[in-house]
Each structure stands twice: as C-alpha cells, then as structure tokens.
Design a protein around this ligand. Structure first.
Ligand SMILES: *Cc1c(COP(=O)(O)O)cnc(C)c1O
Length: 377
C-alpha cells in the first residue's frame, strides 16, 4: 500500500536528538529551539519567530495577542482546518465565514469587505496548499478598516507572495510542523511577526503567564506571574528533529516539487479533456509543493476514484468538511453571503500521496492509477 503521508526523515534527526539528550536540557528554548528560530528568521526575513507546540497553539497565541472580546468577529474561509476557527472561538470571538475562490480555494478577497461589521477585528487568510492568498488586496482592506491580519500559513512554510515569505506579511503568522507538513517535528509550530510591540506579550503567553523569558535574558532578577498564559514551548527533543529538517529544507523542497511537477505533467491530458481540474498557482505566488490535489466531477465520482485507487494499493484522501456546516461551526459561527464554491469544491477535491520519503517510482505508479480510472478511459 502506498501511504498518503509518512513523516519526513532526512538523516540527522536521531543524531541531533541524541545531542539534545546529552546536553542535559530537554525543556523548551534550549540550543535547538534557538537554532530553529534563527534559521527561520534568516530564511523568512522575519523579526521574531517563537517555536510552539503546534500551529493550533500559534493561532491561540495570535488570538490572545489580538486582544479579542466576546462577540468580536473574525473573517475567515469555511474551507479550512478546525483550528483556524477554534483558536478564536476560545476567546469568545465569532468566526464569520466567507466563500473561497474556485481557482486557488483561498478566501475570495473580493467578498471580504461585504462581511465587515462594526464588530469585525481580524481577517484570517489561509494559504491553502501553500499557494498564497491575494495579500495586497487583503492588507489594503485591513488597513482601511483598522483590522488585524493573522495568516494561517500552516501549509505555507517557505512559500512566497511576491517574494515575501508567507506568514510574514500580516500582523501575525502561524506555521505548522505537524508530521503531515513539509518540515516536521511530529507536532509543532511557530508564531511569526515583525512588530516588536508583540514580543513581550507573546513571550508571556507562551511561558505560562510569566516573564521568564526576560529573566533568562537577565532583564529582570526574578520571574513571576504577570498575566494570562499557557505552556506553548516545545521540548528540545522536538526542536532537534525539526532542525535536522530545516537544515535540509532545500532537499525536501526539491523532492516535493519534483513529485508535484510529475503529477501535474502526467495528469495534464485528463485536464485537457475536461475530466479533472488541476491546481492553479497565480503569478504572484511561489508555492512549496505542500499538496497535490485534483478536482473531479462530483462527490460520487470522487468516492469511486478513492475506491479505485485503494483497490490498486494507493491511499488518497480528501478534506475538509466545511466549517460552517460542522456541528461546532453552526453553533459558534456564521456564513456571510452565499456558499457558491466552498461545499462544491470540497466535495470534489482529492489529494494524492505527497511526502518527502515517497519514491518517484511509487508516485508515478499512483499517477498511473488515476489514469486507469474507468471514468477517464
Ligand atoms: C495543519 C493545519 C493546522 C493545524 O496545525 P497543527 O500544527 O496540527 O496544530 C491549521 N491550519 C491549517 C490550514 C492546517 O493545514
């Protein structure tokens, strides 16, 4: 069976984990955490990078830093992972879902302004499949209406918008290093931002509501409880795994990109015959080969294609149940405007196997199994 995903392993992970063990320090913010943050600050041109235990937790930190009050509204797509909304719902905010663009499956920037009310505080663009949202338009709307922008760049680590790293364009950016993402530490993430004004509050929220980060820098002579917080620091064991991946980021990128390009080339004849749709990458976006998906006719055809692939030993998956039609989404949020594309596109999207250690031979076989689907004969 060809898996849909395996966690990436590039080579030095165990050596670095051993170094972390031998260092006698396993808790957060040790040598490997510092190396990971420095690597990202440099490569993504970001002033501040705080490693976290997940992207979900980075989003929770971002929602704290937005200083939301119950009833405040946060505009986001419904076609996304639950954490995009849940992190804000935890603060009592109301997710206001707007429709996606059918081409990139990102939030439709043209629909955002109409969803703004006097309660709107934040816009959350989700860079689906590592393909950038229309950030100039979104930042312009945010400025004119005095809103904050939190980028859910869980899938967009090391992808770009007009040359800028995703996650560094809005006020706050959130990365994921879950095992299904491009670079991994099993479970993990990061909060990214350029504005120094967020630093002190972000460090306090991340360190259980204490000013321990200041204490370690020698800025205060003891640390104490100064505000709300939780524990969002990953262990050095996880950071060591991630650092081995970041060091080899370009190797990971090349491998994923070669699989992505092979899928795109191999399946092009199906798109030319109008049988499937392939991913669209606008000129302003440099994607990171996070995901290869195709869109088929409808839900029924997708179900049969998944069965056909499984019968041939290939695991392919779909996502998301649109948040506005989920149990919690109906309870906590609302959809503004008409759902023209969110449900329709989510029902016909299929993701093909994509991970660093996937052999090109297996990926070619997976593509050939799509070609042999009887509907496409
Ligand atoms: C993976 C993902 C998350 C959550 O990431 P975790 O690190 O697992 O918490 C959030 N948003 C999007 C769009 C994702 O793809």
């Amino acid at each position: 069976m060809i898996s849909f995903n395996n966690p990436p392993f590039v080579g030095k992970e165990l050596e670095y984990i051993k170094q972390a063990v031998d260092s006698g320090k396993l808790c957060g913010d040790g040598a490997f955490t510092k190396k990971c943050s420095a690597w990202m600050r440099e490569h993504f041109d970001a002033a501040h990078v705080l490693l976290t235990t997940s992207c979900t937790h980075a989003l929770e930190m971002a929602s704290w830093l937005c200083d939301l009050k119950p009833g405040d509204e946060v505009i986001m797509p419904s076609y996304t992972f639950v954490s995009t909304a849940d992190a804000f719902v935890l603060r009592g905010a109301v997710p206001v879902f707007v429709d996606i663009r059918p081409d990139t499956l990102n939030i439709d920037e043209k629909l955002i302004e109409d969803a703004i009310t006097e309660k709107t505080r934040v816009i959350v663009p989700v860079h689906y499949a590592g393909v950038a949202c229309a950030m100039d338009e979104i930042m312009d709307i945010a400025r004119r209406h005095h809103l904050l922008v939190v980028e859910d760049a869980a899938q967009g680590v090391n992808a770009r918008y007009k040359g800028k790293a995703l996650g560094t364009i809005g006020d706050l950016g959130c990365y994921s290093f879950h095992e299904t993402k491009n670079y991994s530490m099993g479970e993990g993430g990061a909060l990214v931002f350029n504005n120094d004004d967020y630093l002190e509050a972000a460090e306090i929220v991340r360190e259980k509501g204490t000013d321990r980060s200041k204490y370690f820098r020698g800025q205060v002579d003891k640390y104490s409880w100064v505000g709300y917080g939780s524990s969002y620091l990953p262990s050095e064991l996880n950071a060591a795994y991630l650092y081995a991946q970041l060091e080899e980021a370009s190797r990971i990128d090349e491998k994923r990109m070669s699989i992505w390009n092979m899928y795109d080339e191999t399946l092009k004849p199906l798109a030319e015959r109008g049988l499937i749709e392939q991913p669209f990458v606008p000129d302003y976006a440099l994607h990171n080969a996070h995901m290869y998906y195709i869109k088929v006719k409808d839900l029924d055809q997708r179900t049969r294609l998944i069965d056909h692939l499984k019968a041939n030993g290939v695991m392919a998956v779909f996502h998301y149940v649109p948040l506005h039609s989920s149990k919690a989404g109906r309870r906590f949020g609302r959809f503004h405007g008409e759902d023209v594309y969110t449900t329709k596109e989510s029902e016909r999207l299929l993701r093909l196997p994509m991970f660093y250690n996937l052999s090109m031979e297996d990926a070619r076989y997976a593509a050939s199994c799509v070609l042999s689907f009887p509907d496409f004969a």
